[in-house]
Structure formats: structure tokens, C-alpha cells
Design a protein around this ligand. Structure first.
Ligand SMILES: [Fe+2]
Length: 250
């Protein structure tokens, strides 16, 4: 069985369309919408092709029409792109996003999978770094072969005891310094993290033609072109949670 693992499409149709992989099963790990300006073809593709899908924080926020205000960085970009997202969503697509599960356990080829957008402790918001100690704590009591996560937009494969944690990175808005669309393929032979070039100019042209503020156009162009957002543009580095062991009750 050949499994295509994708996450964090963020309404970037040119990037999603560039992924030309044969697959038996497609698993989508959340964040279909926000930042990008083409949610509809992305939602249609996932609804048609993803065998299983879960809800990301952006899917949840857009489906519930949560409007944010942020002065800088990704919070600012979420704030200015969400109204554009919500204006394009049909009632049916909003219901689809709203009712996607926040976590999903399934078995494929006798392997047990847990799908969750962020982490099992906090399915929507916690950043799970490629740190074995972090994941060892998060996986306590979870007995599966694969934990598949997204959210950080940084791909990794990590062995934690008997469990393999896989983050396929982001299709539509990579943040690891490589602007190509990022995804993973799982086969009985192993796990492959893959990248594919896409016509980023198509995504940027749409952005430039939009009514988004100039600051949003500039920030998004920077991320689409470089695969990251410079700190001078207000991006806060992700704070990696360190162990805080609670004293055991007597
Ligand atoms: Fe995301």
C-alpha cells in the first residue's frame, strides 16, 4: 500500500496541483484554508481524494468564522486572509471543515495510525518540534505504529520508542527555508519526505491581484519565495516546550 501524507495546504492550489503521486490512500492532516486565496479547488480536491482527513486550527477558525487581529507575522496574515477565506466558503464546505475530526485512529495494512494536526495533548495549537523527549511525553498511553502530525510546516520523521512520528511539512506554505511543496509517502519499504517545485509565480500573481493590504502581499510573497518569514517582519520563533515535570502526589 502506498500512502500519500499531506498537510497544511493553506488554499495554495498551484502547490497542491503540483503533487503528482500515485497513491492507494491519501491522509490529510489539516489546515486546508487561510493565507492562500484559492480555498475552493483545494477543498474540492481533498473532499474527492483524501481517504481520511482531520481538522486543523485554521479549518476550525474559518468554519466558525473566528476573526483575529494581529499586528505582525502569521497572526496578522491569518487576520487579514480569514475574511477572504470565509467569503468564498459555501455553507456545505463550511460544514465539511467544521465536522472534520480533531483526531483519528485508524488501521491500514495492519499498522495503527493516529492522525492529529498539532499534538495529542492539544490537537489544534501546540507546536511539536522534532524532539524525541517532547514526543515521548506526548505519546504516553498512545499505542500506535505511526503518529502523523502537521501544524509546524516543518517536515521530519522521528522514531520514539516503537512509534514513528511523521510530519510531512506543508504543501502550501513551507516554513523550513525550502519553498517547494512538502509531503510524505509511506510504503512497506519506508517513509520518504518529498519536495516538489510548483509555479510559485501563479500563487503570487493571484495574491498581487487581490485586495489584501500591501503588507500582507509583501509578507506572503516573501514566504512563498523563500519558505520562511524573516524575524524582522514580526515572526516570532516557535518556543519549544521543555520538560516541566509535575511533582507526583503522595
Ligand atoms: Fe498550518
Amino acid at each position: 500500500m502506498r500512502i500519500l501524507l499531506i498537510s497544511d495546504i493553506h488554499a495554495n492550489w498551484a502547490a497542491l496541483e503540483a503533487v503528482r503521486e500515485e497513491f492507494d490512500v491519501c491522509l490529510f492532516l489539516g489546515d486546508l484554508v487561510d493565507y492562500g486565496l484559492e480555498p475552493n479547488p483545494c477543498i474540492a480536491w481533498v473532499r474527492e481524494h483524501a481517504t481520511h482527513a482531520i481538522r486543523g486550527n485554521h479549518d476550525h477558525g474559518a468554519a466558525q468564522e473566528v476573526y483575529l487581529q494581529g499586528a505582525s507575522g502569521f497572526r496578522y496574515l491569518t487576520g487579514v486572509t480569514r475574511p477572504v477565506t470565509c467569503a468564498q466558503l459555501s455553507a456545505d464546505d463550511r460544514r465539511y471543515l467544521a465536522t472534520l475530526p480533531s483526531t483519528l485512529y485508524l488501521t491500514l495494512d495492519e499498522k495503527r495510525f493516529l492522525l492529529v494536526h498539532a499534538t495529542p495533548r492539544d490537537p489544534f495549537d501546540e507546536y511539536g518540534p522534532p524532539d524525541p523527549e517532547f514526543w515521548k511525553r506526548r505519546l504516553e498511553g498512545i499505542d500506535v505504529d505511526y503518529v502523523c502530525v502537521g501544524h509546524t510546516h516543518v517536515p521530519f520523521v522521528l522514531q520514539v520508542g516503537a512509534t514513528t512520528v511523521i510530519n510531512p511539512g506543508s504543501i502550501g506554505l513551507p516554513r523550513d527555508g525550502d519553498p517547494r511543496a512538502s509531503y510524505a509517502i509511506i510504503t512497506p519499504e519506508g517513509i520518504e519526505l518529498k519536495r516538489v517545485d510548483y509555479v510559485v509565480g501563479d500563487t503570487i500573481r493571484l495574491l498581487r491581484q487581490s485586495n489584501l493590504p500591501e503588507m500582507a502581499k509583501n509578507l506572503l510573497t516573501e514566504i512563498y519565495r523563500t519558505g520562511k518569514l524573516d524575524k524582522k517582519n514580526g515572526h516570532q520563533e516557535v518556543v519549544v516546550e521543555r520538560t516541566v515535570e509535575m511533582p507526583k502526589l503522595a
